[in-house]
Write a protein that binds this ligand. Structure first.
Ligand SMILES: [Ca+2]
Length: 164
């Protein structure tokens, strides 16, 4: 599992936090084998190429949210890069004091469901509390792991300005 600090820009009314930049600079502190299943790569879906956080099922990656007591909006474009296998499930959890709450779930099956071959834009409002951890997870929907790559295109957090 990876953990990250957050450094929102203090002079902006809305700080955009690029989660891919966080991942690229993160120290790998736990279970190195799991990181073979978490990558940053570009993928194109529907003719649009985006830099992506990649989670290969079964895997997950976590981000510490800003400790200022305020969080904001999470946006990303969801997809699977290969039209293979029987699909997989994308999930996002919020973790607080070790307890997980599922805030997003989507099963994708691009081999059989044509709409799942395009980017799916997602926007999630996050609660305004400190001490939260955001977890992106890829789960298999069966024993068939063929092509079970979940791609999170351009994941970003918009953080309201912290009051000084
Ligand atoms: Ca599968």
């Amino acid at each position: 599992m990876l953990d990250f600090g957050c450094a929102p820009a203090p002079d902006q009314s809305l700080a955009n936090r690029d989660l891919l930049a966080d991942l690229a600079s993160a120290p790998i502190d736990e279970n190195p084998s799991a990181n073979e299943h978490v990558k940053i790569w570009d993928f194109a879906r529907g003719g649009v190429r985006r830099p992506c956080l990649v989670t290969i099922a079964p895997s997950e990656v976590g981000f510490e949210l800003d400790g200022s007591g305020e969080t904001g909006k999470l946006t990303f474009h969801l997809g699977m890069p290969f039209n293979l296998g029987d699909g997989a499930e994308a999930r996002i959890y919020l973790e607080e004091e070790g307890k997980r709450t599922l805030i997003f779930s989507r099963v994708l099956d691009p081999a059989r469901q044509r709409p799942d071959r395009d980017w799916i834009p997602v926007e999630l409002e996050l609660p305004r509390r400190s001490g939260l951890r955001l977890i992106f997870a890829a789960l298999p929907t069966s024993g068939d792991l063929t092509g079970d790559w979940i791609i999170w295109g351009e994941p970003r957090l918009s953080l309201p300005r912290s009051n000084p």
